[in-house]
Design a protein around this ligand. Sequence first.
Ligand code: FAD
Length: 188
Amino acid sequence: MSLMRLAYASEATFAAKPVEKGVEPNVARILMVSRRNNAKDKIVGGLYYGDDRFFQYLEGDEEAVRKLYDRISRDERHRNITILLEEPIEARTFTNWSMKYVPLSSDVNRFLDSQGMDAFRPSEFNRDQCEEMIRLIRDSSQDGRVVSHNGVRSARKKQTVIPGGILTGLIVAVVVVVGAMVYASTML
Ligand code: FAD
């Protein structure tokens, strides 16, 4: 069984809706189906969505990847699909992800800045830029950083941090109250 990898860029045909739980709702539906299908077909990879454009990277058995790409290329939710990479590989480089999604972009924004690009236009990526994008998706951690490319903050729960002084005061107050209650109970 020969393995291959394929990366493409495309433009979304839908108007982006407000982000829910860190993901645009149309993209969330695509991800749900992708994760189900790709796990079954042992296809791994990543999807990045920003500035109404997609960048997707796929790795897997050649026949499975080609079949999937054929389905994806007929999907009306995107257009102007440009293949950026298409070649055999020795081994998979993404593990445990049927379709990794990177909804955040501080790293990608930094990368675009470093390349002098003012927007996410993956169809213009050269080979090195394409490899860097794959690396960013592969290395990104989904935890903690959930800012979309358009800078919309997700509904991530805000952590409440109690300043040290107040925390100490609270502990002292609890100790005093409990002490007073114990003392009071001994007086009864
Ligand atoms: P079905 O069970 O027939 O459909 C799955 C669901 O997808 C439907 O319930 C429906 O809600 C939704 N859907 C399908 N087509 C449309 C449409 N045109 N408009 C609105 N909703 C629709 N599929 C994968 O399996 N793996 C991938 O990695 C993958 N990546 C994608 C990346 C992009 C950028 C896009 C646009 C699509 C991607 N897809 C992917 C989806 C793919 O194009 C097919 O829609 C999907 O594979 C069909 O799978 P199915 O036969 O199991 O779906």
